[in-house]
Write a protein that binds this ligand. Structure first.
Ligand code: GDP
Length: 197
């Protein structure tokens, strides 16, 4: 699926700016700095792919990447959780996210990225609440697992699985990844490929 290359297709700042979905969509969400761009690059095997769409001032938008011949789009959602973001910006972000999530029949799953080293934050729980409300299945993906010792990582995984169990839209499976070592990347690709097949 990913062997055919991935290209940046378009960006939407508003729900009105969305193009109709052609193939299946998988969206990636997470706090800013969680490692989302790096993971998209690792997943697609294309260095600096996500950075193209990440120019300053262009972060509050949904970026669409087409994988292969178009059976799959990867949707890069704007990073959330900026402590310093003005309330109006946060509200706009949540509005765009919710309206996108609600109106997208081809959206198969949201991958919710969480930094393995960082405690879950209210913003993460707010997003999980939005996903529950929108009834969009989501799967938690831990990033930067290379920064954790195995025992601490195992404890973290238990904590995250317990959180997932509280959310009706959450899948029980949590994928542990590192863009640094490549851990979990093949599993993530296989998971996505299974959704497209
Ligand atoms: P984004 O804001 O979510 O797109 O985050 P980035 O992809 O820009 O990554 C934020 C920072 O985390 C950068 O300094 C990355 O090099 C680093 N990073 C991303 N993924 C990993 C990882 O798997 N392991 C380690 N050690 N660092 C990572």
């Amino acid at each position: 699926l990913f062997a055919r290359g991935t290209r940046f297709v378009h960006a939407a700042q508003t729900v009105e700016g969305l193009l109709d979905a052609t193939g299946i969509e998988i969206a990636l969400a997470g706090r800013s700095n969680v490692g989302k761009s790096t993971l998209i690059n690792a997943l697609t095997g294309q260095v600096a792919l996500a950075r193209v769409a990440q120019a300053p001032g262009r972060t509050r938008q949904l970026n669409f990447f087409q994988v292969g011949e178009g059976r799959l789009s990867i949707v890069d959602m704007p990073g959330y959780g900026y402590a310093e973001a003005p309330k109006a910006v946060k509200r706009d972000w949540q509005g765009l996210m919710f309206r996108y999530l609600r109106g997208r029949p081809n959206l198969r799953r949201v991958l919710l990225l969480m930094d393995a080293r960082i405690e879950d934050k209210p913003a993460d729980h707010a997003v999980m609440g939005i996903l529950d409300k929108a009834a969009v299945a989501f799967q938690i993906v831990l990033t930067k697992s290379d920064k954790m010792k195995p025992e601490a990582l195992a404890r973290k995984l238990d904590t995250i699985k317990a959180i997932a169990r509280k959310h009706p839209a959450a899948l029980n499976d949590v994928i542990v990844t590192s863009s640094e070592t490549g851990a979990g990347i093949a599993e993530l690709r296989a998971t996505i490929a299974a959704l497209v097949a």
